[in-house]
Design a protein around this ligand. Structure first.
Ligand code: SAH
Length: 394
């Protein structure tokens, strides 16, 4: 068995059950890609069993902090079974859900989403890569799903020294699927779409948006960074009069238009713009356009704290423009999925955007990722998605 010995004082994070060991913390030892290693403190005290990643700056990801635990097929199967059982108990109002959320579910580097009877998995670290066949078999057996598609085409694979891989791992079938979420249907493509095909983490916020549309009767809504129109369909289902969706991805907008039709909404209630959001917002301000509700759900602008300052300016800019475009009493649904921007900082950014726009606002609600994307107390990196519902003063 391979041993990793840490430098003096570098045992603190593992003792607090944070699952990562960085290369700079290691005094000696190593292993093959994904091999299970025993991690010890400088004094020789057992700290964790983990998977070794020879190329990554996250050199070890912990499997277990229990010295008696064997990291074998039974352990992996039981960990996956626990993650899947949790989702069953959560009573998620969709047949699309995240079954395994990496570190937060004790399976570092593994994402598994379920869309009906199709599973889509991302293997983003050497440990889960090494046990891929075993994990694939266990997932099929535990879920009863017919097929499993691999979307290991994330940039994080490069940091692990792993090539991009996509394709069917178990079974086969069409990659274009239709998902039922709350009371609406959403088409997606697990091979062509972003991530595993869809942004499941915004499920609860789409419902919230639909409910506000119903109560406040939005006439004109703007959905920025719409992707395949999740918020568009949610708002139309709530009764919004008209929704303009903006995204820079033409295939995503085509799917968004198809999703409006799929739910039986009149095509006249939706328009789509293949454009840059920032430029479009400026253009709308210049034209004097106004909206009763605006969704801002940009991509990750600050992947880490190091990017936070520049990203903060970008977030502030789009929020400032959005505030200007709101009618009095209009509602802004604004999000950040950047791990590098915390809840408090995001709140400050939105507040100062309002100030710059000369707008007074009231925070009606705080939003976060859906419960099938859990955050654990020992892994703060797992908390990334945050949102605010802000009403512009009447
Ligand atoms: N709200 C969506 C998810 C948004 S993901 C949902 O509920 O499903 C972010 C989206 O922003 C992606 O679809 C991406 O294509 C788009 N995007 C990224 N940069 C953009 C830009 N500068 N202007 C417009 N869209 C952009």
């Amino acid at each position: 068995m391979k041993l990793i010995r840490l430098k003096p004082g570098k045992d603190r994070s593992l003792l607090r059950r944070h699952p990562w060991v960085f290369d700079g913390a290691i005094a000696k030892g190593g292993g093959d890609a994904g091999e299970t290693v025993r991690v010890e403190s400088a004094e020789g005290q057992f700290l964790a069993w983990g998977a070794f990643s020879p190329a990554s700056s996250i050199r070890v990801r912990a499997w277990s902090f229990d010295e008696a635990q064997r990291i074998d097929a039974d352990f992996l199967r039981a960990t996956l079974a626990r993650a899947i059982a949790l989702r069953t108990r959560l009573g998620i109002e969709s047949d699309g859900m995240r079954l395994v959320h990496g570190e937060s579910d004790g399976v570092p580097g593994l994402i598994v989403d379920r869309y009906g009877d199709t599973l889509v998995a991302q293997f983003t670290a050497c440990g889960v890569e090494r046990h891929k066949a075993l994990i694939a078999d266990a997932l099929i057996e535990l879920t009863g799903c017919a097929r499993l598609y691999e979307r290991s085409d994330t940039s994080s694979r490069k940091l692990e020294g792993l090539p991009e891989v996509t394709g069917w791992l178990r079974g086969s079938g069409p990659t274009a699927l239709v998902l039922r979420e709350h009371s609406w249907q959403l088409g997606l493509d697990i091979a062509q779409g972003h991530k595993t095909g869809f942004y499941l983490d915004q499920r609860d916020s789409r419902l919230v948006c639909s409910q506000y549309a119903l109560r406040l009767q939005f006439k004109q809504m703007l959905n920025c960074y719409s992707y395949t129109g999740g918020f568009t369909v949610a708002a139309l289902a709530g009764g919004a009069g008209h929704v303009t969706s903006i995204d820079s991805s033409a295939p995503a907008l085509q799917q968004a238009a198809a999703n409006v039709a799929l739910n039986g909404f009149d095509a006249a209630r939706a328009s789509f713009m293949d454009a840059d959001v920032n430029a479009s917002l400026r253009q709308f301000v210049a034209e004097g356009r106004q909206f009763d509700a605006i969704v801002l759900d940009p991509p990750k602008l600050a992947p880490t704290v190091a990017h936070a300052e520049r990203a903060a300016r970008a977030y502030k800019d789009i929020n400032r423009l959005a505030f200007k475009l709101l009618t009095p009493g209009g509602v802004l649904f604004t999000f950040s999925c950047s791990g590098g921007i915390g809840v408090e900082l995001f709140h400050k950014i939105v507040a100062s955007a309002g100030l710059d726009a000369g707008v007074d606002g009231a925070i009606l609600q705080r939003l976060g990722g859906a419960s099938d994307h859990p955050m654990t107390v020992n892994f703060p990196e797992g908390e990334y998605l945050k949102g605010l519902v802000v009403m512009k003063k009447q």
